[in-house]
Design a protein around this ligand. Structure first.
Ligand SMILES: Cc1ncc(COP(=O)(O)O)c(C=O)c1O
Length: 425
Protein backbone atom coordinates (compact mmCIF):
# COMPACT_ATOMS: atom_id res chain seq x y z
CA UNK A 1 0.00 0.00 0.00
CA UNK A 2 1.52 3.30 -1.11
CA UNK A 3 1.70 5.90 1.66
CA UNK A 4 4.30 8.36 0.38
CA UNK A 5 2.02 11.36 0.02
CA UNK A 6 0.50 10.91 3.52
CA UNK A 7 4.03 10.66 4.94
CA UNK A 8 5.08 13.82 3.12
CA UNK A 9 2.11 15.82 4.38
CA UNK A 10 2.65 14.49 7.91
CA UNK A 11 6.19 15.83 7.86
CA UNK A 12 4.84 19.27 7.00
CA UNK A 13 2.05 18.88 9.55
CA UNK A 14 4.47 18.12 12.39
CA UNK A 15 6.18 21.45 11.83
CA UNK A 16 3.03 23.51 12.31
CA UNK A 17 0.56 21.40 14.33
CA UNK A 18 1.44 19.68 17.65
CA UNK A 19 2.03 16.04 16.71
CA UNK A 20 0.82 16.91 13.22
CA UNK A 21 -2.84 16.75 14.29
CA UNK A 22 -5.72 18.70 15.79
CA UNK A 23 -6.89 15.92 18.09
CA UNK A 24 -4.29 13.59 19.69
CA UNK A 25 -5.72 10.17 18.79
CA UNK A 26 -5.43 11.01 15.07
CA UNK A 27 -1.63 10.82 15.38
CA UNK A 28 -1.80 6.97 15.55
CA UNK A 29 0.52 6.85 18.57
CA UNK A 30 -1.30 3.80 19.97
CA UNK A 31 -1.09 1.71 16.80
CA UNK A 32 2.07 2.94 15.12
CA UNK A 33 2.67 4.06 11.56
CA UNK A 34 1.61 7.29 9.91
CA UNK A 35 -2.05 8.23 9.78
CA UNK A 36 -3.54 8.37 6.31
CA UNK A 37 -4.42 11.90 5.18
CA UNK A 38 -8.00 11.66 3.99
CA UNK A 39 -9.05 13.55 0.88
CA UNK A 40 -12.54 12.24 0.18
CA UNK A 41 -15.38 10.15 1.57
CA UNK A 42 -18.50 8.66 -0.01
CA UNK A 43 -20.95 6.36 1.76
CA UNK A 44 -19.05 3.77 3.81
CA UNK A 45 -15.70 4.53 2.20
CA UNK A 46 -12.86 7.06 2.42
CA UNK A 47 -9.84 7.64 0.18
CA UNK A 48 -6.46 8.92 1.32
CA UNK A 49 -3.97 11.26 -0.32
CA UNK A 50 -2.16 8.22 -1.78
CA UNK A 51 -5.28 6.99 -3.54
CA UNK A 52 -5.89 4.08 -1.13
CA UNK A 53 -9.53 3.17 -0.55
CA UNK A 54 -10.80 2.10 2.88
CA UNK A 55 -14.02 0.80 4.37
CA UNK A 56 -14.46 3.27 7.19
CA UNK A 57 -15.36 2.16 10.71
CA UNK A 58 -14.45 5.51 12.26
CA UNK A 59 -17.22 7.55 10.63
CA UNK A 60 -15.66 10.72 12.05
CA UNK A 61 -15.97 9.14 15.55
CA UNK A 62 -19.71 8.80 15.31
CA UNK A 63 -21.39 11.76 13.63
CA UNK A 64 -21.67 10.20 10.17
CA UNK A 65 -24.58 7.89 10.84
CA UNK A 66 -25.66 8.31 7.19
CA UNK A 67 -22.13 7.74 5.90
CA UNK A 68 -19.86 10.20 4.11
CA UNK A 69 -21.23 12.95 1.87
CA UNK A 70 -24.83 11.78 2.01
CA UNK A 71 -26.59 13.57 -0.87
CA UNK A 72 -29.34 15.03 1.37
CA UNK A 73 -26.80 16.40 3.84
CA UNK A 74 -24.60 17.83 1.09
CA UNK A 75 -27.64 19.43 -0.57
CA UNK A 76 -28.83 20.96 2.71
CA UNK A 77 -25.38 22.43 3.37
CA UNK A 78 -25.05 23.76 -0.19
CA UNK A 79 -28.49 25.34 -0.19
CA UNK A 80 -27.84 27.06 3.12
CA UNK A 81 -24.30 28.10 2.12
CA UNK A 82 -25.73 29.93 -0.89
CA UNK A 83 -27.96 31.89 1.50
CA UNK A 84 -25.15 32.71 3.94
CA UNK A 85 -22.94 30.74 6.29
CA UNK A 86 -23.33 32.58 9.60
CA UNK A 87 -25.31 35.55 10.84
CA UNK A 88 -24.79 35.77 14.60
CA UNK A 89 -28.56 36.20 14.77
CA UNK A 90 -31.45 33.79 15.30
CA UNK A 91 -32.52 31.56 12.42
CA UNK A 92 -35.57 29.31 12.10
CA UNK A 93 -33.26 26.35 11.49
CA UNK A 94 -32.17 26.42 15.15
CA UNK A 95 -35.79 26.34 16.26
CA UNK A 96 -36.53 23.44 13.94
CA UNK A 97 -33.59 21.36 15.14
CA UNK A 98 -34.38 22.20 18.77
CA UNK A 99 -38.02 21.15 18.25
CA UNK A 100 -36.83 17.90 16.67
CA UNK A 101 -34.61 17.07 19.65
CA UNK A 102 -37.25 18.09 22.22
CA UNK A 103 -39.77 15.80 20.48
CA UNK A 104 -37.32 12.88 20.52
CA UNK A 105 -35.67 13.06 23.94
CA UNK A 106 -37.50 12.43 27.22
CA UNK A 107 -36.00 15.01 29.62
CA UNK A 108 -35.35 17.82 27.20
CA UNK A 109 -37.93 20.61 27.16
CA UNK A 110 -35.43 23.32 26.24
CA UNK A 111 -31.91 23.28 24.91
CA UNK A 112 -29.02 25.48 23.84
CA UNK A 113 -26.83 24.79 20.81
CA UNK A 114 -23.06 25.10 21.09
CA UNK A 115 -20.27 24.07 18.71
CA UNK A 116 -18.85 20.92 20.33
CA UNK A 117 -19.55 18.17 22.82
CA UNK A 118 -16.93 19.71 25.10
CA UNK A 119 -18.90 22.94 25.33
CA UNK A 120 -22.12 21.00 25.87
CA UNK A 121 -20.92 19.09 28.95
CA UNK A 122 -19.03 22.06 30.37
CA UNK A 123 -22.12 24.24 30.08
CA UNK A 124 -24.51 21.60 31.42
CA UNK A 125 -22.40 21.36 34.56
CA UNK A 126 -22.47 25.14 34.90
CA UNK A 127 -26.27 24.95 34.85
CA UNK A 128 -26.18 22.14 37.42
CA UNK A 129 -24.01 24.24 39.73
CA UNK A 130 -26.18 27.30 39.19
CA UNK A 131 -29.35 25.32 39.94
CA UNK A 132 -28.06 23.50 43.04
CA UNK A 133 -25.65 26.06 44.48
CA UNK A 134 -23.13 23.21 44.90
CA UNK A 135 -19.65 22.81 43.38
CA UNK A 136 -18.75 19.14 43.27
CA UNK A 137 -19.19 16.87 40.30
CA UNK A 138 -19.07 13.09 40.18
CA UNK A 139 -17.73 11.48 37.01
CA UNK A 140 -16.63 7.96 36.13
CA UNK A 141 -13.13 6.65 35.48
CA UNK A 142 -12.76 6.10 31.74
CA UNK A 143 -15.63 8.50 30.99
CA UNK A 144 -14.73 11.22 28.52
CA UNK A 145 -16.83 14.35 28.37
CA UNK A 146 -14.61 16.59 26.28
CA UNK A 147 -11.55 18.48 27.40
CA UNK A 148 -12.83 21.13 29.80
CA UNK A 149 -10.65 21.42 32.92
CA UNK A 150 -12.98 19.86 35.45
CA UNK A 151 -13.74 16.84 33.30
CA UNK A 152 -10.28 15.65 32.31
CA UNK A 153 -9.72 13.47 35.38
CA UNK A 154 -9.31 9.78 34.40
CA UNK A 155 -10.84 10.75 31.09
CA UNK A 156 -10.65 7.59 29.03
CA UNK A 157 -9.20 6.61 25.71
CA UNK A 158 -7.60 9.74 24.30
CA UNK A 159 -5.72 10.59 27.48
CA UNK A 160 -5.15 6.97 28.55
CA UNK A 161 -3.75 6.07 25.14
CA UNK A 162 -0.98 8.59 25.68
CA UNK A 163 -0.23 6.97 29.04
CA UNK A 164 -1.36 10.03 30.96
CA UNK A 165 -3.60 9.63 34.02
CA UNK A 166 -4.82 13.19 33.61
CA UNK A 167 -3.92 16.24 31.61
CA UNK A 168 -1.26 18.69 32.71
CA UNK A 169 -2.27 22.31 33.02
CA UNK A 170 -5.30 21.88 35.26
CA UNK A 171 -5.34 23.74 38.56
CA UNK A 172 -5.61 21.75 41.76
CA UNK A 173 -8.55 23.92 42.78
CA UNK A 174 -10.57 22.86 39.74
CA UNK A 175 -9.56 19.20 40.00
CA UNK A 176 -10.57 19.12 43.67
CA UNK A 177 -14.21 19.55 42.72
CA UNK A 178 -14.24 16.43 40.53
CA UNK A 179 -14.83 13.11 42.26
CA UNK A 180 -14.00 10.06 40.15
CA UNK A 181 -15.81 6.76 40.71
CA UNK A 182 -15.49 3.42 38.92
CA UNK A 183 -18.19 2.87 36.26
CA UNK A 184 -20.77 0.19 37.18
CA UNK A 185 -19.77 0.38 40.86
CA UNK A 186 -22.99 1.44 42.55
CA UNK A 187 -21.57 0.88 46.03
CA UNK A 188 -18.83 3.42 45.38
CA UNK A 189 -21.51 5.77 44.02
CA UNK A 190 -23.48 5.44 47.26
CA UNK A 191 -20.47 6.75 49.13
CA UNK A 192 -19.65 9.52 46.64
CA UNK A 193 -23.07 11.03 45.90
CA UNK A 194 -23.98 13.18 48.86
CA UNK A 195 -25.48 16.60 49.52
CA UNK A 196 -22.27 18.37 48.37
CA UNK A 197 -22.67 17.08 44.81
CA UNK A 198 -24.19 19.30 42.11
CA UNK A 199 -24.28 16.66 39.41
CA UNK A 200 -23.31 13.18 38.37
CA UNK A 201 -22.21 13.11 34.74
CA UNK A 202 -22.17 9.77 32.98
CA UNK A 203 -21.92 8.31 29.50
CA UNK A 204 -24.98 6.08 29.88
CA UNK A 205 -23.34 3.58 27.54
CA UNK A 206 -19.66 4.21 28.08
CA UNK A 207 -17.83 4.69 24.78
CA UNK A 208 -14.45 6.08 25.70
CA UNK A 209 -12.92 3.01 27.35
CA UNK A 210 -14.18 1.01 24.42
CA UNK A 211 -17.86 0.07 24.35
CA UNK A 212 -18.94 -0.69 27.92
CA UNK A 213 -22.66 -1.05 28.61
CA UNK A 214 -24.12 -0.31 32.03
CA UNK A 215 -24.89 -3.34 34.17
CA UNK A 216 -28.57 -3.96 34.86
CA UNK A 217 -29.82 -1.46 37.42
CA UNK A 218 -26.71 0.75 37.37
CA UNK A 219 -28.29 3.78 35.70
CA UNK A 220 -31.54 3.37 37.63
CA UNK A 221 -29.43 3.20 40.77
CA UNK A 222 -27.72 6.47 39.87
CA UNK A 223 -31.13 8.05 39.36
CA UNK A 224 -32.20 7.04 42.87
CA UNK A 225 -28.93 8.18 44.48
CA UNK A 226 -29.10 11.57 42.73
CA UNK A 227 -32.70 12.11 43.82
CA UNK A 228 -31.83 11.17 47.38
CA UNK A 229 -28.90 13.63 47.49
CA UNK A 230 -30.62 16.42 45.56
CA UNK A 231 -27.94 16.11 42.85
CA UNK A 232 -28.72 16.35 39.14
CA UNK A 233 -28.19 13.40 36.82
CA UNK A 234 -26.52 14.45 33.57
CA UNK A 235 -26.43 12.01 30.67
CA UNK A 236 -23.63 12.67 28.23
CA UNK A 237 -25.31 11.46 25.06
CA UNK A 238 -22.71 12.98 22.74
CA UNK A 239 -22.07 9.50 21.29
CA UNK A 240 -25.39 7.83 22.06
CA UNK A 241 -27.88 10.60 21.21
CA UNK A 242 -29.73 9.64 17.99
CA UNK A 243 -27.17 6.82 17.65
CA UNK A 244 -28.58 4.03 19.84
CA UNK A 245 -32.19 5.25 19.44
CA UNK A 246 -33.81 8.57 18.55
CA UNK A 247 -34.17 9.21 22.26
CA UNK A 248 -30.63 7.99 22.91
CA UNK A 249 -29.73 5.91 25.94
CA UNK A 250 -32.59 7.49 27.91
CA UNK A 251 -35.08 5.89 25.52
CA UNK A 252 -33.21 2.61 25.40
CA UNK A 253 -32.74 2.22 29.14
CA UNK A 254 -35.87 3.99 30.37
CA UNK A 255 -33.79 6.07 32.81
CA UNK A 256 -34.49 9.78 32.46
CA UNK A 257 -31.76 12.30 33.38
CA UNK A 258 -32.25 15.92 34.46
CA UNK A 259 -29.90 17.31 31.82
CA UNK A 260 -28.55 15.75 28.63
CA UNK A 261 -25.65 16.64 26.35
CA UNK A 262 -25.53 16.04 22.62
CA UNK A 263 -23.05 16.37 19.77
CA UNK A 264 -21.85 14.20 16.89
CA UNK A 265 -25.00 12.86 15.11
CA UNK A 266 -27.12 15.98 15.72
CA UNK A 267 -24.66 17.98 13.62
CA UNK A 268 -24.53 15.53 10.72
CA UNK A 269 -20.73 15.92 10.48
CA UNK A 270 -20.55 19.65 11.15
CA UNK A 271 -19.41 21.12 14.48
CA UNK A 272 -22.43 21.06 16.81
CA UNK A 273 -23.15 20.32 20.42
CA UNK A 274 -26.21 20.95 22.58
CA UNK A 275 -27.24 20.71 26.19
CA UNK A 276 -30.77 20.65 27.44
CA UNK A 277 -33.17 19.52 30.09
CA UNK A 278 -36.24 20.43 32.04
CA UNK A 279 -37.48 23.98 31.45
CA UNK A 280 -36.94 24.94 35.10
CA UNK A 281 -33.27 23.96 34.85
CA UNK A 282 -32.61 25.52 31.46
CA UNK A 283 -34.21 28.75 32.73
CA UNK A 284 -30.95 29.32 34.61
CA UNK A 285 -29.22 29.92 31.25
CA UNK A 286 -28.64 33.55 30.13
CA UNK A 287 -30.53 35.60 29.06
CA UNK A 288 -33.36 33.87 30.99
CA UNK A 289 -31.15 33.36 34.04
CA UNK A 290 -27.73 34.13 35.52
CA UNK A 291 -25.66 31.19 34.12
CA UNK A 292 -23.75 32.82 31.27
CA UNK A 293 -22.92 30.88 28.13
CA UNK A 294 -22.55 32.17 24.58
CA UNK A 295 -21.01 31.40 21.17
CA UNK A 296 -20.21 33.32 17.97
CA UNK A 297 -21.01 30.30 15.80
CA UNK A 298 -23.56 28.62 18.11
CA UNK A 299 -26.55 27.33 16.17
CA UNK A 300 -24.60 27.85 12.96
CA UNK A 301 -27.01 27.61 10.01
CA UNK A 302 -24.87 25.18 7.98
CA UNK A 303 -24.57 22.89 10.99
CA UNK A 304 -28.29 23.14 11.78
CA UNK A 305 -29.15 22.29 8.17
CA UNK A 306 -26.80 19.28 8.18
CA UNK A 307 -28.25 18.10 11.48
CA UNK A 308 -31.85 18.40 10.30
CA UNK A 309 -31.08 16.54 7.07
CA UNK A 310 -29.44 13.75 9.10
CA UNK A 311 -32.13 13.37 11.76
CA UNK A 312 -34.79 13.21 9.02
CA UNK A 313 -33.44 9.77 8.07
CA UNK A 314 -33.41 8.32 11.58
CA UNK A 315 -36.76 6.58 11.79
CA UNK A 316 -37.50 3.28 13.48
CA UNK A 317 -36.47 1.31 10.40
CA UNK A 318 -33.07 3.03 10.43
CA UNK A 319 -32.38 1.82 13.97
CA UNK A 320 -33.54 -1.69 13.12
CA UNK A 321 -31.08 -1.69 10.23
CA UNK A 322 -28.23 -0.29 12.33
CA UNK A 323 -28.87 -3.01 14.92
CA UNK A 324 -28.79 -5.71 12.22
CA UNK A 325 -25.56 -4.35 10.74
CA UNK A 326 -23.99 -4.22 14.19
CA UNK A 327 -25.08 -7.78 15.00
CA UNK A 328 -23.67 -9.01 11.68
CA UNK A 329 -20.32 -7.35 12.29
CA UNK A 330 -20.20 -8.67 15.85
CA UNK A 331 -20.90 -12.22 14.64
CA UNK A 332 -18.26 -12.01 11.91
CA UNK A 333 -15.56 -10.65 14.24
CA UNK A 334 -16.47 -13.16 16.92
CA UNK A 335 -16.17 -16.03 14.45
CA UNK A 336 -12.91 -14.67 13.04
CA UNK A 337 -11.34 -14.55 16.52
CA UNK A 338 -12.67 -18.00 17.46
CA UNK A 339 -11.43 -19.57 14.21
CA UNK A 340 -8.00 -18.06 14.72
CA UNK A 341 -7.95 -19.09 18.39
CA UNK A 342 -7.32 -15.49 19.47
CA UNK A 343 -8.78 -14.39 22.82
CA UNK A 344 -11.19 -11.59 22.00
CA UNK A 345 -14.37 -10.14 23.33
CA UNK A 346 -16.77 -7.97 21.41
CA UNK A 347 -18.95 -5.50 23.29
CA UNK A 348 -21.65 -3.72 21.30
CA UNK A 349 -24.63 -1.42 21.52
CA UNK A 350 -26.43 -1.24 18.18
CA UNK A 351 -24.06 0.21 15.60
CA UNK A 352 -21.25 0.93 18.11
CA UNK A 353 -18.77 -1.77 19.05
CA UNK A 354 -15.31 -2.63 20.36
CA UNK A 355 -13.29 -5.77 19.84
CA UNK A 356 -11.21 -6.11 22.99
CA UNK A 357 -8.21 -8.41 22.94
CA UNK A 358 -8.99 -10.17 26.22
CA UNK A 359 -11.15 -13.07 27.33
CA UNK A 360 -12.68 -11.21 30.27
CA UNK A 361 -15.65 -8.84 30.23
CA UNK A 362 -14.85 -5.15 30.42
CA UNK A 363 -17.23 -3.47 32.85
CA UNK A 364 -15.15 -0.51 34.01
CA UNK A 365 -11.87 1.28 33.45
CA UNK A 366 -10.24 -1.06 35.96
CA UNK A 367 -10.87 -4.01 33.62
CA UNK A 368 -9.15 -2.32 30.68
CA UNK A 369 -5.78 -3.16 32.23
CA UNK A 370 -6.43 -6.75 31.02
CA UNK A 371 -6.62 -5.88 27.32
CA UNK A 372 -3.70 -6.60 25.02
CA UNK A 373 -3.00 -3.26 23.41
CA UNK A 374 -0.01 -4.51 21.43
CA UNK A 375 -2.24 -7.13 19.86
CA UNK A 376 -4.80 -4.48 18.98
CA UNK A 377 -2.07 -2.38 17.35
CA UNK A 378 -1.12 -5.36 15.15
CA UNK A 379 -4.77 -5.97 14.31
CA UNK A 380 -5.26 -2.32 13.41
CA UNK A 381 -2.24 -2.27 11.10
CA UNK A 382 -3.30 -5.54 9.49
CA UNK A 383 -6.84 -4.32 8.90
CA UNK A 384 -5.54 -1.07 7.47
CA UNK A 385 -3.39 -3.01 5.02
CA UNK A 386 -6.58 -4.88 4.09
CA UNK A 387 -8.33 -1.57 3.38
CA UNK A 388 -10.37 -1.31 6.60
CA UNK A 389 -9.96 1.75 8.82
CA UNK A 390 -10.58 1.06 12.50
CA UNK A 391 -10.33 3.71 15.21
CA UNK A 392 -6.62 3.82 16.11
CA UNK A 393 -6.94 2.84 19.77
CA UNK A 394 -8.00 -0.30 21.62
CA UNK A 395 -10.13 1.82 23.95
CA UNK A 396 -12.32 3.43 21.28
CA UNK A 397 -15.50 2.32 19.57
CA UNK A 398 -15.97 1.47 15.92
CA UNK A 399 -19.02 3.06 14.31
CA UNK A 400 -21.23 1.75 11.53
CA UNK A 401 -23.43 3.89 9.32
CA UNK A 402 -26.55 3.38 7.27
CA UNK A 403 -24.27 3.52 4.22
CA UNK A 404 -22.62 0.24 5.21
CA UNK A 405 -24.29 -2.82 3.72
CA UNK A 406 -24.07 -6.55 4.30
CA UNK A 407 -21.42 -6.92 1.61
CA UNK A 408 -19.26 -4.30 3.38
CA UNK A 409 -19.65 -6.13 6.69
CA UNK A 410 -18.69 -9.40 5.04
CA UNK A 411 -15.65 -7.78 3.43
CA UNK A 412 -14.61 -6.51 6.89
CA UNK A 413 -15.24 -9.99 8.32
CA UNK A 414 -13.12 -11.63 5.59
CA UNK A 415 -10.32 -9.14 6.26
CA UNK A 416 -10.51 -9.89 10.01
CA UNK A 417 -10.33 -13.62 9.24
CA UNK A 418 -7.08 -13.15 7.33
CA UNK A 419 -5.50 -10.71 9.80
CA UNK A 420 -6.35 -12.72 12.91
CA UNK A 421 -5.18 -15.98 11.27
CA UNK A 422 -1.89 -14.33 10.48
CA UNK A 423 -1.57 -12.98 14.02
CA UNK A 424 -2.23 -16.46 15.43
CA UNK A 425 0.53 -18.04 13.35
C1 LIG B 1 -19.18 11.00 25.32
C2 LIG B 1 -18.48 12.20 24.78
N1 LIG B 1 -18.72 13.40 25.35
C3 LIG B 1 -18.13 14.52 24.91
C4 LIG B 1 -17.24 14.49 23.86
C5 LIG B 1 -16.60 15.75 23.40
O1 LIG B 1 -17.13 16.13 22.18
P1 LIG B 1 -16.27 17.07 21.20
O2 LIG B 1 -15.14 16.24 20.71
O3 LIG B 1 -17.27 17.44 20.13
O4 LIG B 1 -15.85 18.25 21.99
C6 LIG B 1 -16.96 13.27 23.25
C7 LIG B 1 -16.01 13.20 22.13
O5 LIG B 1 -15.65 12.18 21.63
C8 LIG B 1 -17.58 12.10 23.73
O6 LIG B 1 -17.33 10.89 23.19
Amino acid sequence: MNRNRSREVMERARRVLPGGVDSPVRAYRAVGGEPPFIVRGAGARVWDADGNEYLDLVCSWGPLILGHAHPDVVRAINEQAALGTSFGAPTELEVELAETIVAAYPAVEMLRFVSSGTEATMSALRVARAATGRDRIVKFAGGYHGHSDGLLARAGSGVATLGLPDSAGISAAVAANTIVVEYNDITACERAIDASVAAVIVEPYAGNMGCVPPEPGFLAGLRVLCDRAGALLVFDEVITGFRVARGGAAERTGVVPDLACFGKVIGGGLPVGAYGGWRALMSHVAPLGPAYQAGTLSGNPLAMAAGLATLAHLDEAAFVRLEALGARLEARLDAAAANAGVAARIQRIGSVLTLFFTDRPITSERDTTHVDRARFARFHRGMRDEGVLLPPSQLECAFLSLAHDDADIDAIGDAADRVLQEMAE
